[in-house]
Design a protein around this ligand. Structure first.
Ligand code: SF4
Ligand code: ZN
Ligand code: ZN
Length: 339
């Protein structure tokens, strides 16, 4: 029995697997778990997903770039990957952070990422937007009103620019460290939100391109894996607390107002009403991808995407005539130092 703040005593249920008090009730699975057994279940899910997404070749060496931000998702990803793969001689794990140039938010989170890497003994690489000849995000935000005054079709939200630049930042880090694969810390909630966003945008292309890319690598790009994709955000948070990982808890000041917030609220409220909604959304995307693979394997045309080519201006891999980052450079009037 525990005393509530109003003095009323209430019972904390005990864990399914032991007598310790529970920290989480998994409505989608019907299980109630303590910190230790939750951590065990999180590790097991990640390990199973890793075996499917990262088939290690016998006799070959694999370098994994883990994209870390200082936040809980990537901290848990790095912690578990080091635990599962850190002792292997045929695997090198390197952490990488993209510094978007957001005062007050990014510097302390980079410090958390560095502290975690020091604790785990992992090499940590950082790349800044100016190093990639992008504007720092604080300057993008200042420049946005004049961009929109010139072109009312330009993306309105800072995240639209930042997402494109960050993708190139991660590709740059992957090249710098010679990564064979890039591990991203997207959790179940992130993945479900992305699937729903793609559906509401009618964007089949993006659904087909959704990570993991194990079976559909794009030439010239290290494939992305997402080993946390079946672990809910709340459980990631509890795992991080259980392991006392150094975390930066602040939100980016530009995050509010982004379309993802609306989808985040929608997915959370649907999940509360119908447990399993998040799993359903991600499974749906998997089924669409499997269907495409079956059509292609049976000699059908499938859904043809244009073959990727190097962007003529900056050399990044693109499926258009010019890459998205260079489109954004044009909109923001950034001098062409990209080449
Ligand atoms: S919230 Fe938006 S602006 Fe902030 S780091 Fe993420 S993508 Fe960039
Ligand atoms: Zn337990
Ligand atoms: Zn380009």
């Amino acid at each position: 029995m525990v005393d509530g703040s109003d003095g009323v005593a209430f019972a904390v249920p005990s864990c399914d697997a032991c007598d310790r008090p529970a920290v989480v009730e998994q409505a989608y699975s019907g299980r109630i778990l303590c910190g230790k057994h939750l951590a065990k279940s999180v590790r097991k899910k990640i390990s199973k997903e890793l075996r499917q997404q990262l088939p290690l070749q016998k006799g070959a060496h694999t370098t994994v770039l883990v994209a870390v931000s200082g936040g809980k998702d990537s901290a848990v990803l790095l912690d578990v990957l080091v635990d599962l793969l850190g002792q292997r001689r045929d695997v090198t794990i390197v952490a990488g952070t993209v510094d978007e140039g957001i005062e007050g938010y990014r510097p302390p989170s980079i410090q958390c990422a560095q502290d975690l890497c020091d604790r785990l003994g992992v090499r940590h690489e950082v790349v800044t937007y100016p190093e990639l000849s992008f504007l720092e995000m604080d300057r993008v935000v200042k420049r946005l009103p004049s961009v929109l005054a010139k072109d009312k079709n330009a993306p309105r939200m800072a995240c639209a620019y930042c997402g494109v630049f960050r993708r190139q930042g991660i590709n740059h880090l992957a090249q710098r460290v010679g990564a064979d694969v890039v591990a991203l810390g997207h959790n179940l909630d992130d993945m479900a939100q992305t699937v729903l966003m793609n559906v509401t945008n009618g964007d089949l292309e993006r659904t087909l391109r959704l990570a993991p890319h194990t079976s559909t690598p794009v030439e010239g790009l290290a494939p992305r894996i997402v080993p946390l994709r079946w672990v809910p955000e709340q459980e990631i948070h509890l795992y991080a607390l259980h392991r006392s990982l150094p975390l930066h808890h602040e939100e980016c000041p530009n995050a509010r107002g982004a379309l993802r917030w609306r989808h985040r609220e929608m997915v959370a409220s649907m999940e509360a009403d119908v447990p399993g909604t998040r799993h359903g959304l991600v499974k749906m995307a998997d089924q669409v991808k499997a269907l495409r693979d079956r059509v292609v394997a049976s000699g059908g045309e499938g859904h043809q995407t244009p073959p990727p080519i190097p962007c003529p201006r900056c050399g990044s891999i693109t499926s258009g005539t010019q890459c998205k980052a260079c489109d954004m450079r044009d909109l923001l009037d950034i001098e062409d130092a990209a080449a």
